[in-house]
Design a binder for this molecule. Structure first.
Ligand code: 0O2
Length: 198
């Protein structure tokens, strides 16, 4: 059994239900799809344990479910920046969930160039949680970004794990430049769409 113990099944249920509801809202009939793709995952046992250790916390089911807010993760990739914010609005209005934390790394990019909109939400479900509540509460993190932001994050994530890169400084600088160029493209594409649709 993994670190999530008997709660794993409920986590899968919470994740699938959330994804289904976002898919339903993000595909309004007669309108363009709000997002390009949506993916979800439960953080692996190994990765959850590594994150708990990194935070100086004991590797327990309680800590995994209560202290890590991203064990249930959804990622929504949109074509345009406006669509990201439209999806955020849609998620805020879903019943049975409470937004606990939001970080707008699109408006305030990280120093390395990372851009994305992060939401931590608490979902209420008719199952017991690790604190013994029923209905129970489960946390999930939703990351929303454009295709351009997603491409950048995927590449940067890959490079993060290659520790023996020479020219590290130059690569970090170039990655930041690429992130800024892609952000400029996102703005141009958004403007073009407005022009085409007006
Ligand atoms: P993984 O493997 O993707 O799950 P937290 O670290 O979550 O406790 P914080 O500061 O609230 O605390 O997290 P933050 O910065 O809002 O974002 C956490 C997640 O966002 C990361 O999860 C990444 O998925 C993504 N992320 C944040 N910054 C970067 C970045 O600079 N580059 C890339 N590629 N992704 C980033 P994990 O758990 O680190 O990893």
């Amino acid at each position: 059994m993994d670190i999530y113990g008997t709660y794993r099944q409920t986590m899968d249920k919470v994740m699938q239900d959330l994804a289904d509801r976002i898919r339903a809202g993000g595909n309004p009939s007669g309108h363009d799809k709000l997002y390009e793709h949506l993916s979800c995952r439960i953080k692996s046992d190994e990765s959850a344990r590594e994150k708990l250790r990194r935070k100086g916390l004991e590797e327990s089911t309680e800590n995994a479910l209560l202290k890590l807010k991203d064990t249930i993760g959804l990622r929504i990739v949109c074509r345009f920046v406006d669509d990201v914010y439209e999806c955020v609005r849609l998620i805020r209005e879903l019943p049975g969930l409470r937004v606990v934390k939001e970080k707008d790394y699109i408006h305030d990019a990280k120093p390395n160039g990372y851009r994305s909109y992060h939401m931590v939400i608490e979902v209420t479900v008719d199952e017991e949680d690790v604190a013994g509540n029923n209905p129970g509460h489960y946390f999930a993190e939703i990351q929303l970004r454009t295709i351009a932001m997603d491409t950048w994050a995927a590449l940067e994530h890959e490079l993060k794990y290659k520790k023996d890169i020479s020219n590290q400084e130059m690569i970090v600088r170039e990655l930041r430049r690429c992130a800024n160029d892609l952000a400029a493209c996102d703005i141009s594409m958004q403007t073009l769409r407005k022009l085409i649709l007006s």
